[in-house]
Design a protein around this ligand. Structure first.
Ligand code: ADP
Length: 359
């Protein structure tokens, strides 16, 4: 069992840079949590505080109810997988995987069993006598995971483990991590700047910006009901389109376009009558044939979809990207009409979502 609880955790580095503000999270036993956000938002710092590699400036960390805020890393029963693998080049794969257990002076027979079992899980059985240099990037990443597995830690910590792999291998290794998580049923904390990794791996995502947690929720919650403009723009690819619009009688008025509101939307936006709000529309929620005039600048055929980029209402500063189903054939300079199948609304002052909370 491994429940992790981060309570009001903050990090202020020696140079007075505050990297993390009031981080609160209860990680359930066996949960895979992904911390996601742009570079510098404080995700690695948070992970390193959990590992004990950085001091916690304020707040408390609990593992299975025990306060481990001051516990040295080696006594925390956690294992970290780094992006650079940190393997020993002069040792075989077997020795690399056995290393921490050898250091702990475990019985060689027990070590042997654990290494073989981990190698089996990771498909590395035939590689055990090789040196790291003889392995591919993906295999080395698996060895790094194997080193963690043999220790049977309470919590696995991953710091951007896939960022050194090429795109194809990243996808495959991501699926392996997911299978590993299912098989081990282990509590895992995983850091990435890649929203695709977050959406595909996480039981729950923690989305961060500038040291602050912006939203915690399932991938679907963050995609479907982003708390604010930041989460809405960070989760989803290509990113959501944003438009400045004014709430008018029964409709939204943008620059050179307007869209009708249904009864529920009218009620929701009634308090904003006459005011400006931010309208968010995902590229995949845009279709052709509507009332929004678009001047096409690019047409990218991706096979099952086409990305059409352009500007709205004759205004070159209002950009739009639409992800249309199938093979569209627009040329730069084409004029077309589009419609929004689904809209998100945000308060312009706070950038928070305007939506009805379902109870
Ligand atoms: P991320 O993992 O999201 O890229 P980090 O946690 O590495 O972000 O960094 C968060 C902030 O803390 C950044 O502004 C970074 O410059 C700063 N920072 C990271 N490590 C240190 C350090 N050792 N000393 C001072 N500032 C640091």
């Amino acid at each position: 069992m491994a429940q992790l609880s981060l309570q009001h955790i903050e990090k202020i580095y020696d140079n007075n840079v505050q990297a993390v503000y009031d981080f609160n999270l209860d990680v359930k036993d066996g949960e895979l949590i992904v911390l996601v956000g742009p570079s510098g938002c404080g995700k690695s710092t948070t992970l390193r505080m959990v590992a004990g590699l950085e001091d916690i400036s304020r707040g408390n960390l609990f593992l299975d109810g025990k306060d481990i805020t001051q516990t040295p890393p080696k006594d925390r029963d956690m294992a970290m997988v780094f992006q650079n693998y940190a393997l020993y080049g002069h040792m075989t794969i077997y020795e690399n995987m056995a290393f921490s257990l050898t250091l702990r002076k475990e019985d060689p027979n027990v070590i042997h069993k654990k290494v073989l079992a981990a190698a089996e899980i990771l498909g590395l059985t035939s590689q055990l006598n090789k040196k790291p240099a003889q392995l591919s990037g993906g295999q080395r990443q698996r060895v790094a995971m194997g080193r963690s597995i043999v220790r049977n830690p309470k919590v696995f910590l991953f710091d951007e483990p896939l960022s050194n792999l090429d795109a194809k291998l990243r996808g495959a290794t991501r699926r392996e991590i997911l299978l590993l998580h299912k098989r081990l049923q282990a509590t895992m904390l995983y850091v990435t700047h890649d929203q695709t990794e977050a959406l595909t791996l996480a039981d729950r995502i923690v989305c961060m910006s500038m040291g602050h947690v912006q939203q915690v929720g399932t991938p679907l919650e963050l995609y479907d009901k982003p708390n604010n403009v930041f989460v809405a723009s960070f989760i989803g690819l290509p990113p959501m389109n944003f438009f400045d619009v004014r709430v008018a009688e029964g409709r939204l008025e943008g620059t050179g376009f307007s869209v009708e509101l249904d009864a529920a939307q009218k009620a929701l936006l009634a308090p904003y009558g006459g005011k400006e709000i931010t309208l968010g529309v995902r590229p995949e929620d845009i279709d052709e044939g509507g009332t929004i005039p678009v001047d096409v600048t690019n047409n990218e055929n991706l096979g099952m979809n086409t990305l059409v980029h352009g500007y709205v209402g004759g205004n070159r500063s209002v950009r739009i990207s639409a992800k249309l189903r199938g093979w569209a054939n627009h040329k730069a300079g084409d004029a077309t009409m589009m419609r929004f199948k689904r809209m998100h609304f945000f308060d312009k002052t706070t950038s928070n979502a305007i939506r009805k909370e379902d109870n």
